[in-house]
Write a protein that binds this ligand. Structure first.
Ligand SMILES: [Zn+2]
Length: 401
């Protein structure tokens, strides 16, 4: 077997629930298809990109074939081995995993005030007027949205996320944006860890919340800035900013805007010392970008070796269900679609990964869909977990990731 085939075989073993495939003949064309899907060859071949510079659902072969909402790669593998009795690969033989993640793009109204104050200090900046206006509009939008949601506008509500997940015995990963960004891009987030947020009815610096979340056993990951997808030094410095606050190693990541290139980003993440990524998902749809529901190792295209980086593909993001430029579903259809994916992954025994933005819990329909998914997953016996927990489990119990 060559390196490509060994890499593909590792994933086939995970889907089948066994790493012992001795004596099992694996067709060469299946190995090739698995390698090609996981290493995202189609993203290298096609030059189609959206306005954020990303390969997205509409550019994929699976979208054209109408099966992007199925884990088509896993199905292909399972169908190829009808005689192998598949076993759960999750703790306590749980039927499937539900990986919970939260990208933190905004902190709340107090932070918008701090941001506006910061903009004032940049009055010499040639873009001052544009930036200030942008800050003013985003503060106004946030206030309107919060008032609309009949919620206290200043409330970030991280503790409510913890309470909600803890009710089911689940944990999650909060991806935090770096507070200082060299090469700042117009689409980057802008908050500081000294910015004040409400936590347990107190106004405290966000750094305190980060430490509390980490101490409670939830995971803090890094939400790498737009340009960090191509710059290891930048991503490493961003990871360090978070580690300095929580005084612990950060191992999980997701790139902001899912900005990602198959040939570059995984190696950049490894060079930055990261061990698990969950960037492979869609911005404008839900489903399976690599056709995979199980985690898999990323591939170094330059050196042609498997990387010490576990991809935990993302399948459902909150905004992809509702936003004008996405699926634009109402609440009932969003729940129906999402539960369909959940049932699909439960039947495959894989891992369904959700991304609900930290700052959107106060939006009632966003919260209800998330809560319904936790509820439905718990009823099906899911292992609700963070990215770090998945990595530790796969590493300890299965393959040499
Ligand atoms: Zn983001």
């Amino acid at each position: 077997m060559n390196a490509h085939q060994i890499y593909a075989k590792d994933y086939i073993g995970r889907v089948l629930g066994t790493h012992d495939l001795r004596g099992v003949e694996i067709p060469a064309d299946l190995l090739q298809k698995v390698f090609s899907a996981l290493t995202r060859q189609e993203e290298i071949i096609t030059l189609d990109r959206d306005e954020w510079g990303n390969f997205d659902c509409q550019h994929s072969q699976a979208f054209r074939a109408g099966n992007h909402q199925r884990a088509w790669l896993d199905e292909m593998i399972i169908q190829a081995f009808p005689l192998i009795e598949r076993k759960s690969i999750w703790p306590n033989n749980k039927p499937f995993a539900l990986c919970l993640t939260h990208d933190t793009d905004e902190l709340g109204l107090h932070v918008h005030y701090s941001k506006l104050k910061r903009e004032f200090t940049r009055v010499q900046d040639p873009n001052f007027a544009r930036r200030f206006l942008k800050g003013f509009i985003s503060a106004g939008t946030h206030l309107a949205r919060s008032v609309n949601a009949a919620a206290k506008p200043e409330t970030l509500r991280i503790e409510e996320w913890l309470k909600l997940e803890d009710k089911y015995g689940f944990k999650s990963t909060f991806h935090i944006f770096p507070q200082y960004v060299n090469n700042r891009h117009a689409w980057d987030c802008d908050y500081r860890y000294a910015d004040k947020v409400v936590y347990q009815q107190q106004l405290v610096p966000f750094a305190t919340v980060m430490r509390e979340v980490h101490k409670s056993g939830w995971e803090i990951g890094v939400h790498g800035s737009y340009e960090s997808a191509f710059n290891a030094d930048l991503l490493l410095a961003q990871k360090h900013q978070i580690e300095d606050v929580i005084k612990a190693e950060v191992i999980s990541t997701r790139q902001h805007y899912l900005h990602f290139a198959a040939q570059t980003t995984p190696s950049v993440q490894v060079q930055a010392g990261l061990k698990a990524d969950s960037t492979l998902g869609f911005n404008r749809n839900i489903g399976f970008r690599a056709g995979a529901s199980f985690p898999f190792r990323m591939w170094d295209h330059k050196n042609q070796v498997a990387l010490d980086l576990l991809q935990i593909p993302m399948h459902i993001m909150d905004v992809s269900l509702f936003r004008e430029d996405t699926l634009k579903l109402d609440e009932a259809s969003a729940i129906a679609h999402a539960v369909q994916l959940l049932d699909h992954v439960c039947a495959l025994g894989g891992c369904l990964t959700l991304n609900w933005h930290t700052q959107l819990l106060h939006v009632p329909h966003m919260r209800r869909v998330y809560e319904t998914l936790l509820d439905e997953a718990a009823r099906r016996g899911a292992w609700g977990c963070s990215m770090g927990e998945i990595l530790a489990w796969v590493k300890r119990n299965y393959v040499s990731v």
